[in-house]
Design a binder for this molecule. Structure first.
Ligand code: URA
Length: 234
């Protein structure tokens, strides 16, 4: 197996990052620095990255969690807040969250130990649409919906085309679904703030075609083989 793939499958980095590690001389094979990106790892080779010996191929795990409010999407937190690792404590693999959701946002989050797949889903060029259901303050006029669809300035950045669907509303608040493929910090909140309807509640209900469905808050389910294939190809 090609060295960058081997490193990626050991969960150390994406293939692209692995290429950088190789070029920078951070990778050793059988004790000697190896800078050849096309090196084919043989049975019995000892592969070290930054001095750490990799222990061969590991099982890839892919899960979807329903992140509750009040958890951070990191592996650990310097302020001792609850992290999404709580939701996958019974899985015997070093999973990490793919992308992020705000502390005050709930919903669909993929966790895996596959660095390559994580890189794919989060890279803007792959344009995986993420769909959110928001409750926003006030009435969302057709004009504002049109603005959100076309793109709004969220402070030095104009968002690209979004899908926006008003579900229901009254004079006080509106329930709306919005799909975007960019991942700027607090983007959905900033988009609604930009048209004067601040978000009151936010839940991510789908990542591409992978839907949260009836998954309970704080619970996870394993992705199906078809879902993993879909993410690899989107
Ligand atoms: N946009 C937001 O504002 N918050 C999230 O958590 C995700 C998208």
């Amino acid at each position: 197996m090609r060295i960058n793939k081997y490193i990626a499958q050991a969960g150390i980095a994406s293939r692209r990052k692995a290429d950088e590690l190789i070029a920078n001389g951070n990778v050793k094979i059988n004790g000697a620095v190896m800078k050849e990106p096309g090196y084919d790892v043989q049975d019995g080779d000892k592969v070290e990255v930054n001095g750490k010996l990799l222990s061969g191929l590991k099982k890839m795990e892919y899960v979807l969690i329903n992140k509750p409010l009040g958890m951070v999407t990191t592996v650990d937190d310097d302020k001792d807040r609850l992290t999404v690792m709580e939701c996958v404590k019974d899985i015997d693999a070093r999973l990490f969250p793919v992308g992020r959701l705000d502390y005050n946002t709930s919903g669909a989050l993929i966790m895996t130990n596959d660095g390559d797949l994580a890189y794919r889903i989060t890279h803007p060029k792959h344009e995986v649409y993420k769909t959110y259901r928001a409750r926003v303050a006030g009435v969302l006029s057709n004009e504002k919906v049109a603005k959100l669809r076309k793109g709004v300035d969220i402070g030095g950045f104009v968002t690209s085309r979004a899908k926006v669907n008003v579900i229901k509303g009254n004079a006080h608040s509106t329930i709306v679904e919005i799909s975007i493929h960019e991942g700027k910090n607090r983007q959905v909140r900033k988009m609604f703030a930009a048209v004067g309807n601040p978000v009151q509640e936010l839940e991510r209900i789908a990542i591409g075609e992978i839907r949260l469905g009836h998954l309970k808050e704080g619970h996870y389910r394993k992705l199906t083989r078809e879902e993993v294939e879909y993410l690899r190809n989107c």
